[in-house]
Unconditional design. Structure first.
Length: 341
């Protein structure tokens, strides 16, 4: 088992190196802007993975009720919190997927994850690049970076993330028990899928990112035990964002990207006047949030498609074992048609 785990670490680190080195074909103007702010994922993994492997500290056996209360009161140590979720999420995944041993092993750290710089063309909503940045960047520096990139005829935004599938994965601290539980499960699925065609297709970008992220959300809901719950479609924020995305798409299709940007700025002001707090809405904002099927920023149907496909199987395990073999959208469409007959 140790030998198998060691091979996994080497393979996973190699994949991540490829992913984050493939864009460094030359030091572009954008790279020069962010060079001091880039998040070094390889260094982070080399520093944190040994700590997780060699962590033999004793922790208290706390109930879920005690953990929920302690999270809100901030009266629990990081070791006790991580140990609780390590045991509970691992147990739930093994139960759901009929695994005797969990592979890859569940490994995560609850701490502030890196930010992400998302870059999209101005004339369409498309995630052209996503670059991890250090978490601690002053807001004035964020605005300077974004304005500089936007002046190159791009749309850019720097966003916080809820989690990131490094190994160990990085999970944003929260007082919300369900968020922590589901995010840990979400990121583990990315680790699991890296050994399958579906997971590796993530690096193709586009629709395959959306399919992977939507499946991870669906899996997280299943592990949390909330698979039948859906975000209310009448939620004011969701309705406003959906309307905004649809109008922006219409303007961009007509080539009116100046008008689209003016409209998005006005909509941001309106949405914030309704009690919300959004720093910026632009093409890059929608490109990032649109990757997640249940997001109001999304325009694809992968959330609905995957939920339907899941309903045709007897278990999530059976569903996952089949869908993990696809590596392009047409294969998903073919599988849905096959299961419908």
């Amino acid at each position: 088992m140790i030998k198998k785990f060691s091979k996994f670490i080497i393979f996973f680190s190699f994949i991540l190196i490829i992913v984050f080195v493939r864009d460094v074909e030359r030091i572009s103007n954008i790279e020069k802007l962010i060079v001091t702010h880039k998040f070094n994922i390889l260094f982070w993994e080399l520093e944190n993975l040994p700590k997780k492997i060699l962590n033999f500290t004793d922790s208290r056996n706390l109930t879920e009720e005690e953990i929920r209360k302690a999270i809100i009161e901030e009266s629990i140590s990081p070791d006790d919190l991580e140990d609780f979720f390590q045991k509970k999420v691992s147990s739930r995944i093994k139960e759901t997927l009929s695994m005797k041993f969990l592979f890859p092993p569940l490994s995560f750290s609850i701490e502030n994850p890196p930010k992400v710089l998302v870059i999209s063309p101005r004339d369409k909503i498309f995630q052209q690049r996503a670059i991890l940045l250090k978490n601690q960047i002053p807001e004035e520096e964020i605005i300077l970076i974004e304005n500089s990139i936007d002046s190159m005829n791009y749309s850019s935004i720097i966003l916080d993330t809820g989690g990131f599938a490094a190994y160990p994965s990085i999970i944003k601290p929260s007082k919300n028990f369900d968020f922590l539980f589901s995010t840990i499960a979400h990121e583990w699925l990315h680790h699991y899928l890296i050994f399958s065609p579906l997971g590796r297709s993530y690096f193709k970008g586009g629709d395959m990112v959306s399919i992977n992220e939507t499946l991870a959300d669906l899996f997280a809901s299943e592990i949390l035990g909330r698979s039948d719950e859906r975000k209310p479609s009448h939620n004011k924020f969701r309705i406003m964002m959906k309307e905004t995305r649809q109008r922006v798409d219409d303007l961009l299709e007509k080539g009116l990207f100046d008008e689209a940007e003016f409209y998005m700025n006005k909509r941001k002001e309106f949405i914030n006047s309704e009690g919300y707090s959004i720093r910026k809405i632009n093409q890059a904002y929608f490109a990032f949030h649109g990757n997640y099927g249940d997001s109001p920023s999304s325009t694809h149907n992968y959330d609905k498609d995957l939920k339907y496909l899941l309903s045709t199987y007897d278990s999530f395990e059976e569903f996952l074992n089949e869908i993990k073999n696809i590596d392009e959208p047409k294969q998903l469409e073919k599988l849905i048609n096959l299961r419908s007959n």
